[in-house]
Design a protein around this ligand. Structure first.
Ligand code: CTP
Length: 517
């Protein structure tokens, strides 16, 4: 955390936009404060462009005086309009009368204005009943102490002679790295259960601890998450996903009981079963390790042979989809788990079972159903393949097949698979990594040699039908497959003449006769 003196803060707020806000609000006889995330992020040294301002009308600002607002005349809207005029042509003002808010866009900055408000909630909705209120009321309704900071921009409206208003010790909590609610956490979370996810998201992004009472309230209120829309849930989950250490968030989600409600399939991985003294690993914590490995900028497991210049495809949106693939890679394990007397616990085909589970999860969670889903499905389905290859003698044909199936996602698949080696047995880990290195070398070699990413069978179905006077039938598929196998297993070269010769020979063995051309 950055230690900022009164002078430092005065300097940070001495910019054209803040000076203009202060001046117009002064002229209107209103008190205006920068609040929330903008003020917090100055202390955390995080870049923050969007500014939230709360405006108080001192003539009716005490709770006792408060009346139902007349939105058209709200003090926030009045300041925004005056600011728009002051800034002139370059400024764009949008007024949201129903909410009593207004936004001013100027250069690359966005400032949101709202009148100070008091909120009260009913049990079954996160839509509060809103009334005009004082600055204190406004700070009381905020989610966390670190977000309940305000900085006075006007010449009047200071509290105890101070511009920085920190009603709940938000600065102390920032210093201690704590997320805590200003009021009773049960009320804060029950009023707006989305705040439970925000709590975990801030703890993850800032690497803060959740204060004990707040943590206990998370557990008690977990069920309330059910009233939150899926869109908002996924928005917060993706922010957790994109944090430097996303596993912190998923650990909190699991321990609070929220994960069980929003993603029961993932929560179900958190189990260790033991039989005859044989236990399987906890696949939830293994998954979190894999997620951390793919999220690591150092990618410690990334082999020497990897193409550092090529960002993985999941890199779009900061690697979000590669992270989703990591999170879901073992999702099929609980459904495939068996106990076999001779070998112990097995998870046969968990990758294929998992692959099938991805689409329903994406649909339910309102994640995109386009090529991003296909990408995650593919990685989940194929994530055992490089390990299987690396465990054995690494043959050309196995690597070719892998390349063909993974296509342009081969680099991400290799990253995921290396990230999947979380064994604590260093010898075993090294053996896998060495073999992966071999797979990578072969991949690079094959890509250069015959570009299997975009491989196409030189023999088409039409050619087979014409040659033998066939209508669409099973034999065509069989012939195409034997040609494909022969090329991939290096029995014949990857060219049309050789492939045709081979196809004619196999067709003759199947009893097919050429038609006269
Ligand atoms: N806030 C709240 N409860 C919410 C959402 C927001 O109390 N469910 C308050 C907080 O004081 C917050 C402010 O509204 O600081 C602005 O909200 P928002 O812009 O969503 O969050 P930021 O704190 O700015 O952080 P981020 O942009 O990272 O979401």
């Amino acid at each position: 955390m950055k230690h900022l003196t009164e002078e430092d803060l005065a300097g940070l707020f001495d910019t054209p936009i803040f000076r203009a806000i202060g001046e117009v609000a002064d002229q209107l006889g209103l008190h205006c404060y920068a609040v929330g995330g903008y003020v917090r992020d100055l202390f955390l040294d995080r870049p923050s462009k969007d500014i939230d301002c709360v405006v108080v009308d001192p003539r009716c600002s005490t709770s006792a005086d408060s009346q139902l607002s007349t939105p058209t005349e709200g003090p926030g809207i009045r300041v925004a309009k005056a600011l728009g005029k002051r800034l002139g042509k370059g400024a764009h003002v949008s007024v949201f009368r129903n909410f009593g808010t207004a936004q001013v866009k100027w250069k690359d900055q966005e400032v949101e204005f709202v009148g100070a408000r008091r909120e009260s909630y009913s049990r079954d909705s996160r839509k509060p009943i809103v009334e005009d209120g004082s600055l204190e009321d406004d700070m009381d309704r905020r989610d966390f102490t670190i977000n309940a900071l305000a900085y006075c921009l006007t010449s009047e409206g200071l509290v105890d002679g101070k511009r920085l208003i920190d009603r709940f010790g938000g600065l102390w909590d920032m210093e201690d790295g704590l997320i805590a609610t200003p009021l009773d956490p049960d009320i804060t979370f029950s009023d707006d259960p989305l705040r439970m996810l925000r709590c975990i998201r801030f703890a993850t992004q800032l690497r803060f601890q959740i204060e004990d009472e707040t943590q206990e309230a998370l557990n008690r209120n977990a069920e309330r998450i059910k009233i939150i829309s899926q869109e908002r849930i996924i928005d917060e989950l993706n922010k957790i996903m994109l944090a430097q250490h996303p596993s912190i968030g998923f650990d909190y989600l699991q321990r609070s009981g929220i994960l069980q409600i929003i993603m029961p399939e993932l929560s179900a991985l958190d189990i260790v079963e033991e039989r005859n003294g044989r236990a399987h690993k906890n696949n939830f914590y293994h998954t979190l390790e894999v997620l951390e490995n793919v999220a690591s900028p150092l990618a410690p497991l990334r082999g020497e042979g990897s193409k550092e210049s090529l960002p993985p495809r999941g890199e779009v949106e900061g690697g979000l989809w590669l992270r989703w693939a990591a999170l879901l890679h073992d999702i099929g394990k609980p459904r495939s788990k068996r106990w076999e007397e001779k070998v112990g616990w097995t998870f046969h085909n968990h990758n294929y079972i998992g692959q099938k589970m991805v689409a329903p999860i994406f649909r339910r969670m309102k994640l995109p159903l386009d090529e991003r889903l296909t990408y995650v499905e593919k990685l989940v389905g194929l994530h055992m393949r490089p390990i299987a290859i690396a465990d054995d003698v690494v043959t050309d044909s196995a690597v070719r097949r892998l390349l063909f199936e993974a296509g342009e996602d081969i680099d991400d698949l290799m990253l995921l698979c290396e990230a999947d080696i979380t064994s604590k047995n260093m010898q075993k880990k090294q053996r896998f990594l060495d073999n992966f290195q071999l797979v990578r070398e072969k991949l690079a070699d094959l890509q250069a040699r015959d570009n299997y990413r975009t491989w196409q069978n030189p023999i088409t179905g039409e050619e087979i039908m014409e040659t033998f006077g066939l209508k669409p039938c099973r034999q065509i598929g069989i012939l195409k497959q034997v040609v494909k196998d022969a090329i991939w297993d290096s029995v014949i070269p990857n060219d049309h003449d050789a492939a045709r010769q081979f196809m004619l020979q196999k067709a003759a063995e199947m009893g097919l006769k050429k038609v006269d051309s």
